[in-house]
Ligand binder design. Structure first.
Ligand code: IMP
Length: 183
């Protein structure tokens, strides 16, 4: 069975994603035009495809680094408990840092990461997220750049997974109910 057979509907098409990511790249280039080599911190695994596209639309010198936080596992609800499983290679002290997230849902993950980053003394700290689910927010987090707002539904594709699958889809979509019943 094809992977796309599991999709109920597409929320954001490949064309819309590509066009918006190009816009975000321009915004980030303008934001950092006077800063010395900002550091983009990608929160894995969900943001790997977004970051790969975004970085190629940024027209100022910058570096990328990666961090892995604990995920939901096979569940679709946040436990609210966040852990860093793999930390950055780079030092953040005195750097202009932008956290790159796939999606901000309850906000717990981002709140934890921003609090942690602030203790490392960055020159500035901003957040860029591809997707935001504002109606699900449980903690107040500052988002500087948002690609798309999405409704309160579990979404997959363009880096986002369900039980580690569907990250490779070129669009963002919603799974059929029977997929959850199957696992
Ligand atoms: P939060 O801590 O509830 O804001 O959740 C953040 C993390 O949960 C994201 O970085 C994703 O890895 C995951 N997540 C939240 N909502 C979704 C979704 O709709 N699809 C896939 N992953 C999600």
């Amino acid at each position: 069975m094809a992977l796309s057979d599991d999709i109920d509907r597409i929320l954001i098409s490949e064309d819309d994603l590509q066009a918006r990511v190009a816009e975000l790249g321009n915004e980030i280039s303008a934001l950092y035009s006077d800063e010395d080599c900002p550091l983009l911190v990608s929160v894995l695994k969900g943001s790997f495809i977004f970051l790969a596209d975004l970085t190629r639309h940024i027209d100022v010198r910058h570096e990328v680094d990666f961090m892995v936080t604990s995920s939901y596992g096979a569940a679709t609800e946040s436990s609210g408990v966040v852990r860093i499983l793999l930390d950055l290679e780079s030092s953040v002290e005195g750097r202009h840092v932008m956290i790159v997230e796939d999606i901000v849902d309850t906000g717990y993950t981002l709140e934890y990461i921003t609090r942690n980053m602030r203790t490392r003394g960055p020159a500035s700290l901003r957040v860029c997220t591809l997707l935001s689910k504002p109606t699900r927010r449980e903690v107040d987090v500052q988002l500087d750049i948002i690609g798309f707002e999405v409704p309160d539904e579990f979404v997959v594709g363009y880096g986002l997974d369900y039980a580690e699958h569907y990250r490779n889809l070129r669009f963002v979509g919603v799974l059929k109910q029977q997929v959850y019943a199957r696992s």
